[in-house]
Design a protein around this ligand. Structure first.
Ligand SMILES: [Zn+2]
Length: 245
């Protein structure tokens, strides 16, 4: 029997549906990703409220068995208008959303998924365009943790030895010291600076990332590592990670 449900929700994506309705995808703290119909024409208040990156309290009228829902109200608490003001911010934000959708919102740790997504989008709302890549890398690294697949990257996972350089096998998603690597596959060197930054910045609020210095080469290596790991997890590489975000 249909009834009303309340969620703490983040709007991920909105698509037209029929003549005047829309389909919206939400990340919710209670049930992960939910899809629902937004009824109403261009002048509808809900239409303006339900837009990507908006976060707040969502009311859905739905049949729990058939899983079809319609939005009855949305109280926006975070609008994040700054994201749309800069190309780099919007690009990075849509990349985060695409990652969340591709990984089914983390598959269970939805409260943590909401916290990370909210923090990253809040940081992007004011971000210097030059820092958007760091916010993406930071988010992906933490998202790997939400998926339960983060590992210690300071030491070689095979022999636990310390090494200035670990070699990343992007086909297998493994890191090895030069002594353990021993494989003909193309290996990408990831220096200690990149791995230290990821380890130190991992638990920080992304709005404070500019407090940690990171040179351009290390940033590139950190990005290579996290996007490579995420590609192995998802079974595909998302184009948006590389589209200048
Ligand atoms: Zn080793």
């Amino acid at each position: 029997m249909p009834r009303s449900f309340t969620y703490s929700a983040l709007v991920l994506r909105v698509r037209p549906s029929g003549e005047s309705n829309r389909e919206a995808w939400f990340l919710t703290a209670e049930e992960g990703i939910l899809k629902a119909t937004v009824f109403g024409g261009p002048k509808s208040r809900l239409r303006a409220y339900i837009a990507p990156y908006h976060q707040g309290t969502l009311w859905l009228y739905r049949d729990p068995v058939r899983d079809a829902g319609k939005v009855t109200d949305f109280d926006v608490q975070s609008w994040r208008p700054g994201i749309r003001e800069r190309y780099e911010r919007a690009n990075t934000a849509s990349s985060l959303i695409e990652t969340m959708l591709a990984s089914h919102a983390g598959g269970g740790s939805w409260t943590e998924a909401m916290r990370l997504a909210g923090q990253a989008l809040d940081a992007l709302d004011y971000a210097d365009p030059a820092y958007c890549v760091r916010i993406l890398v930071h988010f992906l690294w933490n998202w790997i943790d939400v998926l339960g697949l983060r590992q210690d990257i300071l030491r070689c996972p095979a022999c636990a030895g310390e090494s200035g350089v670990l070699l990343f096998n992007s086909q297998e998603g493994t890191l090895r010291c030069p002594a353990c690597a021993g494989t003909p596959a193309p290996l990408i060197p990831i220096c200690l600076g990149a791995r230290r930054w990821l380890t130190a910045a991992g638990d920080m609020n992304p709005a404070l990332l500019n407090r940690y210095t990171l040179d351009g080469a290390s940033l590139l290596q950190a990005k290579t590592l996290v996007t490579g790991l995420m590609s192995c997890i998802l079974g595909k590489r998302l184009e948006s990670w590389d589209s200048g975000g």
